[in-house]
Design a protein around this ligand. Structure first.
Ligand code: URP
Ligand code: ZN
Ligand code: ZN
Length: 444
């Protein structure tokens, strides 16, 4: 395949074989005329929850439907967060389970390990998992399977010694539990109280506690997922400025939506954790993106249909948590960040592809357009303006939080290892063509 762009890109056997100006087509070679479009590295979304088992239901996208949606939105690789496993299970347990679930993925994928307790057996499993291509490990400061400070310290030290990247969901569990119980006791069960039960300070406190633990673990590297607050991101910026090895992720929903949505009739559709925030948080996150403090924008894609969400109709605490977003990340961020003039195209590419590839051991196989790299790319029209509606999307969920949003720029085609999997509104991939990628250690 030869893509005419600037530079031209020749693809052979799923890999970029040649790049240069004025390449001539070979006999019989497929030629895609992408002049006038941007050819960009395929998106890498390192925060998805496909087929997430939350006990009473599962997120509504399977690996097939979720990666189909990802492909249609310009994402060519995901790294998924498996659900918690049964109490007492090994670290391998959920990776094995999710390998089976992901067999019909459309695009390449990897997994983060999920650490729900720390003991000698769990720590001893990490080297074998790293050998098998799982080099990052997520833990939570809230939910039933959260880790406490002594366990976190042990994990950070072990990860540091092995070159694994620990990842953490930061919310202060004691604070949010107390607030939630008080609100429910007082009869405050509408969706807006989800946000009030998990205020900004709840995240900022947890982030500060985590940073103190990382410092105590001799400056262990740490990746903080879905940072949503001014307090959280400012603490991260200060820690990094003082030499801390900290990496920060935020998500499109925290850059484009706010907590006023919980007051709408369909407020349940916006319940996720951490919750949507206020304008001052959104502005601080956007400023941190401009300043280079945010390294990655992942989606935390975790859809539940309006039917599934009705469980929380009389009490927000019963609503499954999480928003859809995997299909719109590339388009939303280009519009919000590049078309708006906030950041240059190179910074956008770093946030959606190159940095995640480097941090999660995929680079330079992925995350860059270079000879020898996988031919994962997006052909993007920066001139098109369009309006998001649910019926344009391929996610297996009956609404989008971004309904009616006017966007500048649009993915026209997605090429994954040299195969066109999306073109002009139509999915052209196949279930099962995605491969599990054995990731190496973090590049940082
Ligand atoms: O509400 C969310 N974000 N659900 C997915 C699990 C998590 O905490 O990331
Ligand atoms: Zn989380
Ligand atoms: Zn998540």
């Amino acid at each position: 395949m030869l893509i005419l762009s600037s530079p031209d890109i020749r693809i052979e056997n799923g890999v970029i074989a040649e790049m240069g100006e004025g390449l001539a087509p070979l006999p019989g070679e497929e030629v895609i005329d992408a002049r006038g479009l941007l050819a960009l590295p395929g998106g890498i979304d390192v925060h998805t929850h496909m087929d997430l088992d939350v006990g009473f239901t599962r997120s509504s996208d399977s690996f097939f439907t979720g990666t189909r949606a990802a492909a249609c939105g310009g994402t060519t690789t995901i790294v998924d967060h498996p659900a918690f496993g049964p109490a007492g299970c090994s670290l391998h347990h959920q990776i094995d389970a999710y390998h089976e679930l992901a067999a019909d993925a459309v695009i390449d994928y990897g997994f983060h390990g999920v650490v729900q307790r720390v003991d000698d057996g769990i720590l001893a499993e990490i080297p074998a998992l790293m050998e098998a291509g799982v080099t990052s490990f997520k833990f939570y400061m809230t939910y039933d399977r959260r880790l406490k400070a002594p366990q976190i310290l042990q994990l950070l030290q072990a990860a540091r010694a092995l070159g694994a990247l620990p990842m953490v969901h930061c919310e202060d569990h004691e604070m949010l539990t107390a607030l939630r119980e008080e609100l429910v006791r007082e009869g405050h069960t509408q969706p807006i109280y989800h946000a009030k039960s998990r205020p900004a300070d709840c995240e900022a406190r947890a982030v500060k506690e985590m940073l103190a633990l990382a410092a105590q673990a001799e400056n262990a590297p740490l990746y903080i997922v879905h940072v949503s607050t001014k307090g959280g991101i400012e603490a991260i910026a200060d820690y990094r400025a003082a030499g801390g090895r900290i990496y920060a992720e935020t998500c499109p929903q925290y850059l484009t939506l706010d907590e006023s949505l919980y007051e709408r009739e369909d407020g349940l559709n916006f319940i996720l954790s951490p919750p949507l925030r206020r304008a001052e948080d959104r502005e601080a996150l956007l400023a941190a993106i401009e300043a280079g403090v945010v390294d990655v924008v992942g989606t935390d894609h975790c859809p539940f249909t309006t039917e599934q969400r009705k469980r929380g109709a009389d009490n927000f605490t019963l609503c499954p948590n999480g928003l859809p977003g995997v299909e719109l990340r590339f388009n939303l961020l280009y519009s919000e960040l590049v078309a708006s003039g906030r950041v240059k195209l190179e910074r956008f590419t770093d946030l959606v592809s190159t940095n995640p590839a480097k941090l999660f051991g995929l680079y330079p196989q992925k995350g860059v357009l270079a000879v020898g790299s996988d031919a994962d790319l997006v052909l993007f029209d920066p001139g098109e303006t369009w309006t998001v509606t649910r019926d344009l999307l391929h996610e297996n969920v009956d609404y989008t939080p971004y309904e009616g949003m006017r966007l500048q720029g649009r993915v026209r085609a997605t090429i994954a290892r040299g195969e066109t999997v999306y073109k002009d509104g139509v999915f052209t991939g196949q279930p099962g063509r995605g491969r599990f990628i054995r990731r190496r250690k973090s590049h940082v």
